[in-house]
Each structure stands twice: as structure tokens, then as C-alpha cells.
Write a protein that binds this ligand. Structure first.
Ligand SMILES: Cc1ncc(COP(=O)(O)O)c(C=O)c1O
Length: 364
């Protein structure tokens, strides 16, 4: 029986091994391990790639989101509008900044925030919208930008899953006030450990963020803000400098695999249809199915591993008990029916064709 892993990071990183080793040797020989040349080079290259004036390297995607809110300095308890099916890190960042997440139902087509439901949740305490480009597929940004302008709201984009994704020709992370990125190893642009970045065109915010990630300090031992130790690691920046050069190959490989799913999977598997004004970069290839759990077991029994992103909604977690009192039936439906299929730089077209063939033979 053929087997297909959900993700195999050894395979994903194999083409870069020699360059990673050279980068490791270079950093080791430099003797400079915190905020050195590699971070500076990466920040410049990543800002250029995204199309913003600034990129600030930080320790993780969670910190990128949290530091973004700290830099915006919104009044304590301000409301931030975010999709109810968001990843827990997105919600944790809002809470950690002493702000209140207000959950908006997603749409079932792609799991992104339902833009038609945002306006009725805006209150005098609402100060920001957090569009999360789920799975690498951009949110409908135009209505979000219009509402932000009309109600004077800030926008922090969660781009953790969306390196290279485009909305109307513009990369995610360029349209809001700030874009927060993760380089967690499984991401399309993944490091060999934790890492993150914030992109922005705002000089003042960029400057403040450079201090916030480094104890709130511009000048050594002089502290302007109550900051953090949240620097992008020099070694990870060196690996990311290698990986960024390979990102367009990674993305086009995943797009090719996604195209196989899109064109060959039976219609019983709901998936997000490609649309003209968005480039989906397929960090995750999601399908929805009413018999999700049976389908997952059937695939596993036949050698194919899948994942669920995510099995439990943030409002249904033990950690958030008592925090969210409304019901979110669409999000509930979402979490019950979603399944993530194998799609990575380490998968071959043959792997994906095997998954498709099995799925098309699945009978309820
Ligand atoms: C949507 C989303 N937001 C935030 C994060 C947090 O990123 P990190 O794991 O780098 O802290 C992740 C990744 O794990 C994510 O997928």
C-alpha cells in the first residue's frame, strides 16, 4: 500500500540542505548571534518581497501579532473584530494586548471572516479589525478597508499562513496598518525553528516595533518602552535568507498540486474555488465533507495522513471558558466538517493523484 504523509519536513528542506549548512557555518564563524547581518539582510529582502517599506523580524507569529497591537497602543479593553474560527494564537495575541476579541462568523466557502457580518458588530469600543488570510487565501479586503476608513479602525492582518498571497494584485500584509507573519517550520516560508516578522509602510510604527522587540530600547541600556525579548534569531534569519529565494518554487509547486485537487476531486468534496482577484498560496488545502471523520479514517486506513485546522474553535477551548457567550453556528459547522489534505513541497503529483483516487472511491 502506498503511504502519503501529511507533511514531511525532511523532504521539504532537503533541496536546501547544502545552503543551510553553509549559512550555519557562516553565522557560527561570525560570532554574532543576535540582531546581526543576517537579520538585516532578511528584513530588507522580506520587505521587498512583500512590497512594504519595512519588515521587522521578531521571535514568532504570535509575537508579531501581539507586538503589532502593542505598537498601535489602543485603549485597554478596545474591541478587535476577528473570525470566530481563527487559530488560537490570533486570539491569544489580542488577549495578551489587553484587548477584547469580538468574534464574527466566517463564510463557509473559504473560512475567512464574513465581511457582510462585520458592520453590525462595530460598537463605539471597536478599534481594530484583524483579517486572517486563512490557509493562504486572502480575505475580501476591499470591504474591510472601506469599513476601517468609515469607522476609523486600525487593521492588523494575520498573514501567518499566506506568504505570497495576492488580493487584486497586491500582497497580503501591505493593505492594513500592519501585517503579522510566522515562519514556523511548516509554513510555506518556514524556518528551522520559530520566527516571525511584521510588515508596514508606517515609519513611526516600524521604529517603535524595532524597540519593542528589543526590551523597548533604541540605544543600549536606555529604555523608551516596556518592551520584550522578541528578536528574530540570527541563525533562523540565515536559514530564511536561503528559503526566501526558494519560495516562488515552493508556491508554484503547491499551486500545481492544488490544481490537481481542484480539477479531479469529486464534487462531493467542497473546496474553495479559485477566484480571479485572489492568489491562494495553499499553505493548506482544505475540503469540507459531512462525513469528515469517516473520510479521515478511510484515508488513514489506506495510508494517507490528513489534519484538521482546527478541531476546536477558540470559543470552545477550556482556556477561554466564560469568555465568549454568543453562539457561532456557522463556525461550529466549519470545525465539524473541515479536513486538510496533503499538499507540500515534499509531495509529488503521484502522491496527490493517489489521494484523489482514494477520495473519489469513498462511499458514504
Ligand atoms: C493563522 C496563524 N496565526 C498565528 C500563528 C502563530 O504563529 P507562531 O506559531 O509562529 O507563533 C499561526 C501559526 O502557527 C497561524 O497559523
Amino acid at each position: 500500500m502506498m503511504t502519503v504523509a501529511y507533511e514531511d519536513l525532511q523532504k521539504v528542506n532537503a533541496p536546501f540542505t547544502t545552503q543551510f549548512q553553509a549559512s550555519f557555518n557562516e553565522v557560527l564563524a561570525s560570532g554574532w548571534f543576535i540582531l546581526g547581518n543576517q537579520v538585516t539582510i532578511f528584513e530588507k529582502a522580506f520587505a521587498e518581497f512583500v512590497g512594504t517599506k519595512h519588515a521587522i523580524g521578531v521571535a514568532s507569529g504570535l509575537d508579531a501579532l501581539y507586538l503589532s497591537f502593542q505598537a498601535l497602543d489602543l485603549p485597554q479593553g478596545s474591541e478587535v473584530l476577528v473570525a470566530a474560527n481563527a487559530y488560537i494564537a490570533t486570539i491569544l495575541a489580542i488577549l495578551r494586548a489587553d484587548l477584547k476579541p469580538v468574534l464574527i462568523e466566517p463564510n463557509l466557502e473559504d473560512g475567512n471572516i464574513d465581511v457582510s457580518k462585520i458592520e453590525k458588530s462595530i460598537s463605539p469600543r471597536t478599534k481594530a479589525i484583524l483579517p486572517l488570510h486563512l490557509y493562504g487565501n486572502p480575505c475580501d479586503m476591499q470591504p474591510i478597508l472601506d469599513l476601517a476608513q468609515q469607522y476609523n479602525l486600525k487593521i492588523v492582518e494575520d498573514c501567518a499562513q499566506a506568504h505570497g498571497a495576492l488580493y487584486r494584485g497586491q500582497m497580503v500584509g501591505t493593505q492594513g496598518n500592519l501585517g503579522a507573519w510566522s515562519f514556523y517550520p511548516t509554513k510555506n516560508l518556514g524556518a528551522l525553528g520559530d520566527g516571525g516578522a511584521i510588515t508596514t509602510n508606517d515609519d513611526v510604527l516600524a521604529n517603535k516595533l524595532r524597540a519593542l522587540r528589543n526590551y523597548g530600547s533604541f540605544v543600549k541600556y536606555e529604555n523608551e518602552y516596556l518592551g520584550h525579548n522578541s528578536r528574530l534569531d540570527e541563525m533562523q534569519a540565515a536559514f530564511l535568507n536561503v528559503k526566501l529565494k526558494g519560495l516562488s518554487d515552493i508556491t508554484s509547486h503547491k499551486e500545481r498540486l492544488a490544481q490537481l485537487y481542484q480539477s479531479q476531486l469529486h464534487e462531493q468534496f467542497h473546496r474553495t474555488k479559485p477566484v480571479a482577484d485572489k492568489r491562494h498560496v495553499y499553505h493548506i488545502f482544505m475540503i469540507r465533507h459531512p462525513m469528515r471523520d469517516q473520510l479521515r479514517k478511510y484515508l488513514l486506513d489506506n495510508g494517507v495522513k490528513t489534519e484538521i485546522h482546527y478541531p476546536i474553535a477558540p470559543y470552545a477551548q477550556k482556556a477561554t471558558k466564560g469568555m465568549f457567550t454568543e453562539s457561532y453556528p456557522i463556525s461550529d459547522e466549519w470545525h465539524k466538517s473541515i479536513l486538510s489534505l496533503p499538499i507540500s513541497f515534499g509531495h509529488t503529483e503521484r502522491d496527490i493523484e493517489y489521494v484523489i483516487q482514494l477520495m473519489n472511491e469513498f462511499r458514504i
